[in-house]
Design a protein around this ligand. Structure first.
Ligand code: CA
Ligand code: ZN
Length: 300
């Protein structure tokens, strides 16, 4: 099954018309556009000409039979195939250093053999290994809410989490019948924080496996990979997001072990990591990451 890149939406909402209906578990390939709607793909494309109504397209949404409010939607990222070039930009008043930037700047950057070949304006070159990841991924929020694809939240959305890569499994709280899942905004590489407001934005084909875990909706998205569990929280400030992510990880461990609160706190303090996803979107996103090996059997 495949969802093509002409099937996109720009806000996560329970009213969106599904473009595909699947029975879980289902393995589906998604074609995705970059966060600019593929409008900045050559040196001749200028930011002034951008149609801002086509920013942050997410491919989908997919209706998952049997996914009901209160369930978790389980999505495993099987394979990410990147286009041969990506786009990075910075612009005035956007991102952590936006107050120091004049105008806007765009680089079209080739990607080949697992490497990002960056060339600066003055000819300086440096090679960066790819770390492909999904920026925007999620489900429809609670009934009545309509959250643009540039904003993260409990439903997922624009979390820009570098851990959303091949081999990772994400769990989202299903809020509407069928979940209405979709994603886009792939990055060939991005640093934690995404301080300049852009990763290496790139079209990609992505294969995922979608499943339902009955009655296990997490409060905020949870990510699990081979070695770690992460709770991903978006709030108006980094401080609020950090506090909630830490609380939710403590509860996650408490629900799955016989450990008392002081030991959970101490273990989280010893080996847990509070990390930035992004600090430049309308809501800031952090993750609390716990290495599974220190509590054998710890899993979603
Ligand atoms: Ca993004
Ligand atoms: Zn992006």
């Amino acid at each position: 099954m495949k969802v093509t890149k002409d099937k996109v939406f720009y806000s996560f909402c329970g009213d969106n018309e599904p473009v595909l209906t699947v029975d879980a578990p289902a393995t589906v390939e998604f074609e995705t556009m970059d966060c600019f709607g593929n409008q900045l793909r050559s040196k001749d494309d200028v930011m002034e000409a951008l149609d801002w109504d086509r920013i942050n397209p997410a491919t989908g949404p997919v209706y998952v039979n049997g996914a009901e409010p209160g369930d978790a939607l389980k999505v495993t990222i099987n394979k990410i195939t990147l286009n041969e070039k990506g786009t990075v930009c910075c612009l005035k008043d956007e991102g952590t250093l936006g107050d120091r930037v004049e105008g806007y700047h765009v680089r079209i950057v080739p990607v080949s053999d697992g490497t990002v070949h960056y060339e600066a304006d003055n000819g300086f070159r440096t090679d960066i290994p790819i770390r492909p990841m999904i920026g925007v991924i999620g489900v429809a929020p609670d009934d009545g809410q309509d959250i643009n694809t540039g904003t993260p939240g409990r439903h997922g959305g624009n979390m820009d989490n570098t851990m959303a890569e091949e081999g990772a499994t994400l769990y989202f709280p299903v809020a509407v019948h069928g979940a209405l899942f979709g994603f886009g905004d792939l990055h060939a590489v991005m640093g934690d924080g995404e301080i300049g407001v852009s990763g290496l934005e790139i079209p990609a084909d992505v294969e995922v496996t979608i499943d339902v875990v009955k009655g296990k909706a997490p409060q905020y998205p949870v990510l699990e990979n081979e070695n770690e569990i992460a709770v991903i929280v978006s709030k108006e400030t980094v401080d609020e997001a950090a506090k909630t992510a830490t609380e939710l990880m403590q509860e996650f461990i408490a629900e799955r072990t016989d450990l008392d609160l002081p030991d959970i706190v101490m273990l989280m303090s010893l080996v847990g990591n509070l990390e930035f996803c992004q600090i430049v979107d309308p809501e800031k996103t952090v993750r609390f990451v716990f290495p599974k090996k220190y509590i054998p059997g710890l899993t979603f």
